[in-house]
Design a protein around this ligand. Structure first.
Ligand SMILES: [Fe+2]
Ligand SMILES: [Fe+2]
Length: 309
């Protein structure tokens, strides 16, 4: 029966419509609203220092190609020597294929990013900073084929700086969008220390976003799952950095701080080979929910993980 369908319909149903739309064969409006169509998203965790930046810039184009990624989000709050993000680093990550960059509690460590964020809406910071903070906590992205995705970031409050409520702030942003209708996907980055807070956040918004992924702890968690309401979840994406370290910083100085309880050397980023860590998520356009969420770990010291597509 399938073979009796015309070629263009077979192509449409076989998931190759992205290629058709980008080459101009198919009007972009046909690309949206097709039940069963999917969207492939890559989210990479905290990029740490030069080794993290260089490795992500080197690996991201290949990951986009091999996993047929249509939306790539990268957390880069530690890109500059472990503390903050400079404008030239943000430009390099965008050029390498990041569609959206998120930040975190190190958002303002490099002051030059403050005027930059005001002019670059695809660089976002946590939405629950006080009103009047530069930049925005969410961005609506239009993909090449016309589909829309919302990316937002909220910051936790347990063992973190005092902030406005991440739950209330997220609910307020989500009230403006309908997953599977006005947007095909919603990505939520919860930048937090406590896995309990991240899990509570994910369950609170289960069904309302495509996936929730945690950032900030710099250790990839082994709890990737699709929650009962259809939201993908992993409590931490892990960092893109050298894991022969203490969360990305040179291990000797960092360990001494715990061991001797005395001020030691200034902390600096470990510069060995980096592991690129994150999650791969495939969503269903009809609902916006996750069909699957799987860890990505490439290069460096960690065990390797690459989803099959
Ligand atoms: Fe971080
Ligand atoms: Fe952080």
């Amino acid at each position: 029966m399938t073979n009796q369908r015309p070629w263009w319909l077979r192509t449409l149903l076989s998931g190759r419509r992205q290629a058709l739309t980008t080459t101009g064969w198919l009007p972009s409006r046909w690309a949206t609203g097709i039940a069963g169509a999917d969207l492939r998203i890559l989210f990479l965790g905290d990029v740490l220092g030069r080794t993290g930046r260089d490795t992500v810039c080197e690996r991201l184009p290949g990951l986009r190609r091999d996993l047929r990624i249509e939306l790539a989000v990268v957390n880069a709050e530690n890109a500059s020597h472990g503390f903050g993000l400079a404008p030239d680093m943000a430009k390099a990550l965008f050029a390498a294929g990041a569609d959206v960059i998120t930040l975190g509690n190190h958002a303002w460590d490099r002051k030059e990013i403050i005027p930059f964020i005001a002019e670059n809406p695809r660089l976002i910071r946590p939405l629950n900073y006080p009103p009047g903070t530069p930049g925005a906590g969410s961005v609506l992205v239009t993909l090449q084929d016309g589909r829309k995705a919302l990316v937002l970031q909220a910051m936790g409050r347990l063992f973190m700086d005092p902030m406005d409520c991440p739950f209330r702030g997220t609910a307020e942003v989500l009230s403006k969008y309908r997953l599977g209708h006005s947007v095909q996907a919603i990505v939520a980055d919860i930048h937090a220390e406590a896995s309990s807070e991240k899990m509570a956040y994910a369950h609170t918004f289960d069904g309302q976003v495509s996936f929730v992924v945690g950032t900030h702890t710099h250790c990839p968690s082994a709890d990737a799952q699709v929650l009962p309401g259809g939201t993908g979840f992993q409590s931490d994406a892990g960092m893109c950095g050298d894991y022969d370290s203490v969360i990305g910083m040179v291990k000797d100085g960092a360990a001494m701080r715990f061991w001797r309880k005395m001020p030691g050397e200034k902390l600096g980023p470990a510069e060995g080979p980096a592991t690129v860590c994150g999650v791969f998520v495939e969503t269903d356009d009809a609902t916006g929910h996750a069909r699957r969420i799987e860890p990505v770990r490439v290069g460096g010291r960690l065990s390797q993980a690459m989803p099959a597509v």
